[in-house]
Design a protein. Structure first.
Length: 92
């Protein structure tokens, strides 16, 4: 089954997006009112297809509903945020 939308897999502490049977995900850790985005993993086969950007964008939409502030530890997320200043208000 393919996810067209990012899901919050709370058991595994990651936001997941599946394409072609391969999961891309952002690992996180919640500390108080902050969510630390630790690492983004996109399978090599999905690289260059916009999967990481879609994953990041939908992840930030989910976080916005969680009333948490983001601490972007992951370098991919840091770079994505530079291209999306409209999400800066979510930063801790």
């Amino acid at each position: 089954m393919e996810n067209k939308h990012v899901i919050n897999n709370e058991a595994r502490k990651r936001f997941e997006l599946e394409k072609n049977g391969k999961p891309a995900f952002i690992e996180y850790k919640i500390m108080g009112d902050k969510i630390l985005l630790l690492s983004t993993q996109v399978p090599e086969e999905l690289s260059g297809q916009g999967v990481g950007s879609k994953l990041a964008g939908q992840t930030f939409e989910i976080i916005e509903t969680m009333d948490l502030k983001v601490v972007p530890i992951c370098s991919f997320i840091q770079g994505w945020l530079k291209k999306h200043p409209e999400k800066q208000h979510l930063l801790a």
